[in-house]
Design a protein around this ligand. Structure first.
Ligand SMILES: [Mn+2]
Length: 198
């Protein structure tokens, strides 16, 4: 199964992402937002997949554009696995703690985008990073990867711990759900996603 790559350039951001879901080879994330780099790196490292992210953008205006657009381009990479027609596991799930925090992510890489996000962060920021942006990232990711994504921080007292446990769980769930498996396409319809149709 080939590595998936995607690029996106607008007047606001320029982003390149590479993903190889089967190979835990290398993880390299440079977005200019240190906490975002930290949670994306945790996601891929603990998920056990290759990830390269290079993102530049107008973060001096608001990091919102950069974070959302990174979700778009990462999602485009993952949708490449659906478009390829290879049978994937579809479902992925993980519940991961970090100290006092516990987070849960469940996905269905089914070709129908949906996001359910539940998190009440006790601190609005971690470092300079606005916790609200996590929802923007996940929404863009679910829409572009065309997956059903349920992400919940069940509890926690520290926003950093909650976000990090959430992204570790996300990585493990993505690895499970997008990994190719033998056999026919896992849908009673016989098809998950029509190639190239959004
Ligand atoms: Mn940390």
């Amino acid at each position: 199964m080939a590595k998936q790559t995607a690029k996106r350039k607008t007047k606001e951001t320029e982003i390149t992402v590479g993903v190889d879901i089967e190979n835990p080879g290398s993880v390299s994330v440079t977005t200019g937002l240190p906490f975002f780099d930290h949670i994306l790196t945790s996601m891929a490292f603990h998920g056990g997949f290759d990830l390269q992210v290079t993102a530049n953008g107008d973060v001096e205006v608001d990091p919102h554009h950069l974070v959302e657009d990174t979700g778009i381009v990462f999602g485009d990479c993952l949708r490449g696995y659906l478009d390829s027609g290879v049978n994937i596991r579809r479902y992925g799930h993980a519940v991961i703690p970090m100290d006092e925090a516990l987070s849960e992510v469940t996905i269905d890489a089914c070709g129908r985008p949906y996001l359910e996000f539940r998190a009440v962060f006790p601190q609005d920021r971690s470092g300079d990073f606005d916790m609200w942006l996590i929802r923007e990232f996940l929404l863009a990711l679910a829409n572009r990867a065309m997956m059903n994504l349920h992400a919940a921080c069940r509890y926690g007292d520290n926003s950093h711990h909650m976000a990090e446990s959430l992204f570790k769980a996300l990585g493990i769930a993505l690895k499970e759900g997008f990994t190719p498996v033998p056999g026919a396409v896992r849908s009673t319809k016989g098809i998950l996603h029509e190639r190239g149709k959004v």
